[in-house]
Design a protein around this ligand. Structure first.
Ligand SMILES: N[C@@H](CCC(=O)N[C@@H](CS)C(=O)NCC(=O)O)C(=O)O
Length: 230
């Protein structure tokens, strides 16, 4: 049985990628949540993850870390992780790699917090550029492969790589064009995303650094998470 080590569902964008992929493709696994803890996550995470980060996948005696490596490891057993068509697969890998190594402004200005709704103080030119590129990529995938998902009719790894972006767009109310908005709604409402979202709202852990970062981005319109005093 595979074990996926992840952090808080409210904040952990990297953890969401393999989780939503495995859930949606019905790949059996058990999850272990290790809440982020300012200053000491690394020590805890190092007990199971070589780089002291999550997500980290354990398959018996094997350990695979980093969301991209986990995705490729899963693809060796479950080819449906990537699109069947060679061109769609190349596009999906390119878009996933671009997400994995880019979009710094979006990551920095719009920290993931599934339960928050924020009116941003400003959308910087760098953030605007990232939003425009995501809009372009999503629109291109939907048009080119003609499906409900980015690289065709099936949910594949490229959709999982953009799943955290979907929560960021929802939290910060970022603007997108028509087809990209429809895709955003579709992605947010698949069962695995709804399951993750419900669990994130039920969490009562609060990590001060993430909370501060989110509050600094704008005005809080709503915090839909369960109260910590319950
Ligand atoms: N590139 C890595 C990034 C993993 C990462 O940064 N994970 C964060 C949680 S979302 C983490 O483990 N942080 C622990 C810490 O900063 O101490 C991946 O794709 O898995």
């Amino acid at each position: 049985m595979l074990t996926l080590h992840i952090a808080n569902k409210n904040y952990s964008s990297w953890s969401l990628r393999p989780w939503v992929l495995m859930r949606t493709l019905n790949i059996p696994f058990s999850e272990q949540i290790h809440p982020l803890d300012t200053g000491s996550s690394w020590d805890t995470y190092r007990t199971f993850s070589p780089n002291g980060r999550v997500p980290c996948l354990q398959d018996g005696e094997y350990t695979v870390w980093d969301s991209l490596a986990i995705t490729e490891y899963l693809a060796e057993t479950y080819p449906q992780v990537w699109p069947e068509d060679k061109i769609a697969r190349a596009w999906a890998r390119s878009a996933s790699a671009e997400m994995h190594s880019g979009f710094q402004a979006l990551r920095n200005s719009c920290g993931m917090s599934c339960g928050h709704r924020i009116q941003m103080h400003e959308i910087s030119p760098a953030l605007q550029k990232d939003i425009a590129r995501i809009d372009e990529l999503w629109s291109e995938g939907l048009r080119k492969f003609g499906g409900a998902f980015l690289a065709g009719n099936a949910f594949t790894a490229v959709d999982a790589f953009f799943a955290p972006v979907a929560f960021r767009f929802q939290t910060y109310g970022l603007p997108l064009s028509g087809p990209a908005t429809e895709y955003l709604t579709r992605l947010l409402t698949i069962p695995a995303m709804q399951e993750w979202y419900a669990s994130s709202l039920a969490e009562t852990w609060r990590e001060p650094e993430h909370e501060q970062e989110i509050l600094a981005a704008g005005t809080v319109l709503a915090d839909l998470r369960q109260s910590t005093s319950n």
